[in-house]
Design a binder for this molecule. Sequence first.
Ligand SMILES: Nc1ncnc2c1ncn2[C@@H]1O[C@H](COP(=O)(O)OP(=O)(O)OP(=O)(O)O)[C@@H](O)[C@H]1O
Ligand SMILES: [Mg+2]
Length: 501
Amino acid sequence: MLIRKMSACWKWIREVNKINHNERSMAKILVIDDEDTIRRTVAASLEAAKYQIFKAADVKKGLKILDNETIDLVLSDLRLPDGSGIDLLRAAKAKEYPCEVIIMTGYATLDTAIQAMQEGASDYVTKPFNIGELSVRIERALQQKQLRRKVRRLERELHERFHPDNIISNSANMQKVLEQVKNIAPTDSSVLITGESGTGKELIANAIHLLSKRSEHPFIAVNCGALPESLLESELFGHVRGAFTGATNTRAGLIESSDGGTLLLDEIGDASIPVQTKLLRVLENGTIRRVGDTQERKINIRLLAATNKELTREITAGRFRQDFYYRINVIPIHLAPLRERLEDIPLLAKFFLKRHAARISKQIEEIDSAVIEKLMQYSWPGNIRELENLIEYAVAMADSEMIRIKNLPFTFSQESPVQNKSRADLLQQEILPIAEIEKRHILLVLEKVNWNQRKACDLLQISKVTLYRRLKEYGISPPGGNAPGGKKRSQALKGQNTKFK
Ligand SMILES: Nc1ncnc2c1ncn2[C@@H]1O[C@H](COP(=O)(O)OP(=O)(O)OP(=O)(O)O)[C@@H](O)[C@H]1O
Ligand SMILES: [Mg+2]
């Protein structure tokens, strides 16, 4: 199953793994204790560990330091002359100081520890403690702080990316869609998003989730077309141990994992009738049953579905349940193909130029008007995804501050396709060697299918090996990809469904 949880998740994991050790070891720590010896010994040991240390003997002085310094971590005694460590913790939280708090206590009871943690302390240590143990707890708390900060930043980025204000729309058509998204997001109604491939269905689904009251809960996207029926069922509903060969553990499914949040059933037109029947039960009863289980579990999800198929036609063909269709199609949103909203092209092109130039730190500010003209003339079978890929390619190729025709992929910078020409035109035109025509045709097909080698092989009716050989022979690379035969490329060619990018 291809679970396209937002690519930001991977980014998040990478970020988490990249915690900057130097930044952590220069952290500012405030030690608050009324006992002078404790303050001094703890401070001296931590200073040796290369933290910057501040000291205070009571709550009041501690808060004063917090007012003036950006402290990363407070190490506070529980009992202080003018209050308690928990008073300080509350005050720090109320003022939203970005610090973690560890409570030190000589009177550790479970109750105090629980109270401190409930009030938001990162940890507590019992006196007497050894400095090694304390350092481990400090490191852990600082790491937590950094993770929290990164999660907040990534959440902000995600929010920015999927917020309707950052979804490019110039056309009346798209503006209407965005208006609709804003209106229906706060409701819990099911939404069916239709549109050709690459028109922004997943983007719209994300925006609905982010603008809904479920935004703090998970958003999970499941591609119903990517797995055989039996696997899809167990991925969606989970299974109990022994439910089928290979089910060695009991596992919750994706529907349960999205409890409280939003589930996007992408390519819903590819779900089998039995899966549709089970999904219908989820929608009607608000319960699910894991494969092989007898227990029904209550579930609270908002269902969004997306497809590029004409579902009414699927119903007529007997491949889609009509009652299920009515359940998911409470609010229909249709995304027009890019060729029907040409006025979005210049804005989208500039938007993608900014995104990709920034990503590879290239100073490219403009797009030549001749390029925009060409973009407006093209039919965009791969819609916005294809436009983004093309701009990414052009950004990689550009050698000045402006994207020019010569930076576009080969098939774009060429004259109009041969089939649009009259016989007289054809007789007039330059005669090309067969190899050149083959190269141009392969490029055209690859661009049409968004560099998906499997689809390209299907259309060209050749094997993957043949396609690979031709790419190598003609020196064709995907936008931003390695040369054929390079590591990335040869790996990409191995996978049945692997896209070049
Ligand atoms: N209006 C828009 N503004 C900015 N970016 C957009 C817009 N519409 C689509 N995109 C971008 O285009 C790409 C394709 O969009 P998305 O994946 O949502 O399409 P899709 O309809 O789900 O495609 P498919 O049917 O192939 O799954 C994404 O990178 C998305 O961020
Ligand atoms: Mg999609």
